[in-house]
Design a protein around this ligand. Structure first.
Ligand code: ADP
Length: 301
């Protein structure tokens, strides 16, 4: 098969591993910088152009779209979908998962465990917002944040009010969330492929840090998850419509709660912590599922 990896750089660990795993299985796996793809979107025969050539005969694409390039990246994935190319994650599912608020609303509707979370537009409603999540300690989160940036733990209601006012003063959109203290600064990354968790690791934040992000000095190790955690992760990925997803879960007193569902989960940390050939599992999934025109959400917008 010809499996194109939509990624900004061939040298990134995940990109490199996906290419290697595809080639090992006898596929062609070109790395395509999606920001350099261009297209005539009105053409009645959809095409994607790259380096002055038409990208034809691509059987499947693996989108590895960076958070800051979601708009253009998903447009490129959509164009491939219209050509009948199989995307391992569909454009609508990627867009959906990039919107934290929309994701939480969809997960809540399916009854998936979540931290109590509130959202408001006006600072006039701060008190109600704080009350809604049970008061301090609580977590205030920038909707647009990644890698733990913009995730603030507020120990008192007063501190929470100030932080919310400051963020809203800058016109930032925020979520207010109950603080899951019992998670002890750790979270579980479940790597879902298809309807299975194929690898799981626990990330522990650095000493004195409630955020477990590796970028913030956290460390990771392999972990055996419970059947409830397994089903929470696979249901969360399914709700978002993602075939490949990194589902982040906290262990709370009221069971597993989902933090986030990531549509381009990194392979480096999880492969290192678990020794599992995650890239190989993704390619295997594509081999089993890619068929021309097998895009579920095609042209639904
Ligand atoms: P990002 O997407 O920027 O990584 P997250 O919402 O995943 O932001 O939060 C980063 C980390 O902070 C999480 O992995 C978790 O360890 C911790 N965290 C976030 N929200 C809560 C919460 N409500 N209670 C306890 N810890 C939290």
């Amino acid at each position: 098969m010809n499996i194109a990896i939509l990624s900004r750089r061939a040298s990134l660990y995940s990109t490199n591993r996906l290419k290697e795993a595809a080639e090992q299985r006898g596929h062609e796996a070109p790395v395509i910088d999606y920001l350099r793809c261009y297209m005539d979107i009105t053409s009645h025969k959809p095409k994607v152009m790259y380096q002055k050539k038409e990208l034809s005969k691509v059987d499947a694409v693996i989108p590895r779209i960076g958070a800051s390039n979601t708009f253009y990246g998903t447009a490129v994935v959509r164009q491939f979908e219209m050509m009948g190319t199989y995307p391992v994650n569909e454009s609508v599912a990627i867009s959906r998962s990039r919107d934290k608020l929309r994701s939480l609303q969809l997960l809540a509707r399916k009854g998936i465990g979540l931290p109590v979370t509130a959202f408001a537009h006006s600072t006039k409603d701060i008190e109600g917002l704080i009350e809604k999540v049970g008061g301090a300690p609580l977590v205030v989160k920038l909707l647009e944040g990644t890698q733990g940036i913009g995730v603030v733990l507020c120990e008192t209601n007063k501190a929470a009010e100030s932080v919310i006012e400051a963020f809203r003063g800058l016109d930032a959109q925020i979520l207010v969330q109950e603080f899951i203290k019992e998670a002890g600064g750790a979270d579980i990354r479940c790597f879902v492929v298809g309807d299975k968790v194929i690898a799981a690791m626990m990330r522990q934040g650095a000493e004195g840090e409630f955020r477990s992000n590796i970028h913030r000095g956290g460390s990771a190790q392999k972990i055996k998850i419970t059947p409830e955690e397994r089903s929470t992760a696979t249901r969360a990925a399914k709700t978002m419509g993602l075939n490949v997803a990194g589902v982040d879960i906290l262990r709370s007193n009221h069971g597993p709660v989902v933090m986030e569902v990531n549509s381009s989960p990194g392979l480096e940390g999880i492969e290192a912590a678990t020794g599992i050939d995650v890239a190989g599992k993704i390619i295997e999934f594509i081999e089993k599922n890619a068929a021309p025109g097998k895009t579920r959400d095609r042209a639904k917008g």
